[in-house]
Design a protein around this ligand. Structure first.
Ligand SMILES: *[C@@H]1O[C@H](CO)[C@@H](O)[C@H](O)[C@H]1NC(C)=O
Length: 142
């Protein structure tokens, strides 16, 4: 066998081993930080926000939030393979949007263990804990 393919095979087995370790960590609840995403409707009085959030593994269902109400969920983010992504579809009146509300590689540093969102008419804002400020992350489609 060529040297290159032996090296490739070794890398592949190492990756497989690592991913099994991380699976074991998950099962034992070790080394897996817990995160929370919390989304609040700040659209204005009497404006209902409908949202439907998912990851590749989970469908969190469709929820209606009245003004100043929140929807949150907790999950574990794999520290070894930071590949968790949650995304939401959102509607209010005739406005629609969809975007990532948690992306391990973007947000583990940014929002720490609390990824809080404020949904406003001007856009969707998420709190950057490391910089202590609300960032505009998404503008509604027209
Ligand atoms: C979600 O955010 C709202 C508004 O800031 C807050 O009142 C509520 O306590 C938060 N809930 C959780 C579980 O973080």
């Amino acid at each position: 066998m060529a040297k290159a393919s032996v090296a490739l095979l070794m890398i592949l087995s190492l990756l497989l081993l690592l991913s099994e370790c991380s699976l074991a960590f998950d099962t034992l609840g070790m080394d897996v930080p817990k995160r929370v995403v919390n989304i609040t409707n700040y659209l204005g009085p009497n404006i209902v926000l409908t949202l439907h959030c998912k990851s590749n593994d989970d469908d969190l269902g469709k929820h209606d939030l009245s003004f100043e109400n929140s929807f949150h969920w907790e999950f574990k983010s794999n520290a070894l393979f930071p590949n968790t992504v949650f995304y939401c579809y959102m509607w209010w009146q005739d406005v629609y949007g969809s975007f990532d509300v948690y992306k391990a590689q973007r947000d583990d540093e940014r929002c720490g263990d609390k990824c809080w969102w404020r949904i406003k008419q001007t856009g969707a804002f998420s709190f950057d804990e490391s910089k202590d400020r609300w960032d505009l992350m998404y503008i509604w489609q027209k």
